[in-house]
Design a protein around this ligand. Structure first.
Ligand code: BTN
Length: 322
């Protein structure tokens, strides 16, 4: 089910975000909609899992602020007519959605407030509760062969981290090869890059980004130890601003990557590499060694006990307990 985020929902959530009671009639008058349209939106938010107190003679009150993603604000800031942007209140997966409607003369961005079947790497599910985090996908065409896009997920990680810093988060976030953002030893974000070869030498990358923003608890079990920006900073974060910063940084860095390749990003990666000089295991102990950064292709370099260096283009890394 793909449902575009309704303007009423955005406006009602904004009004209630002062955490005071608001009467349904007054909200309706203010927005120029009927009281029953207000009620329907409130019910919908409750079905999505938002806690709203409803008290006779007083009206509705939110327990926590809920600033939904504002597409108008994003469009104002990202004034690029070659990018099509859509925001959904509910979708299966933003990556799957873009995969079905690829156009290679236009860049496309899909953002959602909630995913019913959010996907992570290695066939894992990506927990995607309503209104809490960022679920974002960007379909970006490169005039390159698929084999020239090695290391793209590393560039995406750098762009995400820059965007988070740009909105004023000063915590020490690091990257974990190949696609994770780590804060205080726990997973803050991940990206899922899926590549599709097209005609005329084009490859379209569907770049999916998941960032845990205001989530404080998870209603389903998450197998990896996770954190969120709010968990660490204690501050409620406006996701619209983060989306805008993310689009700006991705535009900049993807263009740079298209022109000059991974070379431009190697030094930056080294600064942010959380694994460097750590003893790590690859794919549940299949290989063990000391992480020595990445090579020109973005492959992980591992120094084995024998002193020999081995590189890996894919895999799942964990810090060894040894
Ligand atoms: C990972 O770390 O395993 C990658 C997580 C990627 C999650 C994002 S959320 C937006 C996009 N849509 C999906 O279904 N997955 C990606």
């Amino acid at each position: 089910m793909n449902k575009i985020l309704s303007k009423n929902l955005v406006q009602i959530a904004r009004i209630l975000s002062d955490l005071e009671y608001h009467d349904g009639d007054a909200i309706g008058k203010y927005l120029g909609i009927t009281r029953s349209a207000v009620w329907k939106s409130i019910k919908k938010l409750q079905v999505y899992g938002v806690e709203i107190i409803s008290t006779k003679n007083k009206g509705y009150k939110l327990k926590e602020p809920l600033l939904l993603i504002d597409i108008e604000e994003i469009k104002k800031e990202v004034a690029n007519s070659n990018i099509e942007i859509e925001v959904f209140e509910n979708i299966d997966s933003t990556n799957d959605y873009l995969k079905k409607k690829l156009k290679f003369n236009k860049r496309q961005i899909a953002i959602a407030e909630m995913q019913n079947s959010g996907r992570g790497r290695m066939g894992r599910a990506w927990h995607s509760p309503f209104g809490k985090n960022i679920y974002f996908s960007y379909a970006y065409a490169f005039k390159k062969d698929i084999s020239e896009l090695n290391g793209l997920s590393l560039v995406v990680g750098i762009a995400c981290l820059n965007a988070i810093k740009e909105i004023g988060i000063e915590e020490d976030i690091k990257l974990k090869w190949p696609n994770d953002g780590i804060l205080g030893g726990s997973k803050l974000m991940g990206n899922l890059v899926e590549l599709q070869s097209e005609n005329y030498g084009y490859t379209i990358a569907i770049i999916g980004v998941g960032i845990n923003v205001n989530m404080l608890e998870a209603s389903e079990e998450i197998t990896q130890t996770w954190t969120s920006l709010k968990k660490v900073t204690g501050k409620y974060i406006e996701r619209t601003k983060l989306c805008i910063a993310l689009i700006h940084n991705l535009n900049l860095m993807l263009e740079q990557f298209a022109k000059y390749g991974l070379q431009e990003f190697i030094v930056k990666w080294q600064e942010l590499d959380s694994l460097y000089n750590k003893v790590i295991e690859l794919n549940n102990g299949e290989c063990k060694g000391v992480a020595k950064g990445i090579n020109q292709q973005g492959n992980l370099i591992l120094e084995l006990d024998s002193g020999q260096q081995k590189t890996f283009s894919a895999g799942e890394v964990s810090i060894s307990k040894r």
